[in-house]
Design a protein around this ligand. Structure first.
Ligand code: URA
Length: 232
């Protein structure tokens, strides 16, 4: 990798600011001041900027316990973003792997590995996402059986060309459901319950594939283990 690109990857400098830092003699490679932005670095070269050692960040995989009022987006909005809660270098490079609405709480995966993210979200991979859904109206008896049949067959939601993929619905309490989806359409859980005449009061994602939040507190994140990354 070229030295100026390496500096832009590992610091907050843009490539043109990196060239200026090089020109000012702020960068050393293996202890020697280097001013040429075009030199190619090998794995063994050790680079310092203003005396600080620099290293490429590599690919990161994290889970976040998202609180309400946080948005899963990369652009800046009125709300804090999920990446703003992750105190890693260059955290803004992490992309949410399947989004939650601003008011939805629970498990969000983030990564800068696009291929891995695709494996988690591609519907044909059938990675189940489990949601705890608090409803405005109780769902029991024949209405529950009808809803389970609808969810299992698929519903044609407003504005969609294709019905939803088969989803599982179970009740934990008359107003608390567990729904498992294998895809992620916009506001899907809320729209599915609206389609059967109910209303979602609160929504929380408990699991993505084999991963659950465990005892991770709301607002906190942790890196996934190698085994967790490999599970998808
Ligand atoms: N379905 C929704 O309606 N909202 C979410 O955040 C996730 C799934």
């Amino acid at each position: 990798m070229r030295l100026d690109r390496f500096l832009a990857e590992t610091t907050d400098l843009t490539r043109s600011l990196a060239k200026k830092a090089l020109h000012r003699g702020e960068v050393s490679v293996d202890g020697e001041v280097v001013k040429n932005p075009a030199i190619q670095l090998g794995e063994a070269n050790r680079v310092r900027w203003r005396g600080q050692p620099l290293a490429l960040v590599g690919l990161r995989y994290v889970m976040l316990h998202k609180p309400a009022g946080v948005e899963c987006t990369s652009r800046r909005t009125l709300y804090p973003r999920a990446v703003d809660l992750i105190d890693l270098p260059k955290a803004e490079r992490l992309q949410p792997v399947g989004r939650l609405d601003v008011e939805t709480t629970g498990l969000v995966l983030l990564s800068d590995d696009g291929q891995w993210s695709h494996r988690v979200t591609a519907p044909r991979r059938r990675c189940g996402k489990v949601y705890r859904v608090t409803l405005a109206e109780p769902l029991e008896g024949p209405a529950l059986a009808a809803a389970q049949a609808c969810f299992a067959e698929g519903l044609l939601l407003d504005g969609e060309a294709k019905p939803t993929r088969p989803a599982e619905l179970a009740m934990r309490e008359p107003r608390v459901a567990a729904v498992t989806l294998h895809e992620g359409k916009y506001h899907q859980v809320r729209r599915m319950f609206a389609a059967i005449g109910n209303h979602v009061v609160a929504l929380h994602r408990e699991a993505v594939g084999p991963l659950t939040l465990g005892d991770l507190p709301e607002g906190e994140w942790r890196a996934l283990s190698e085994a967790e990354v490999a599970a998808f």
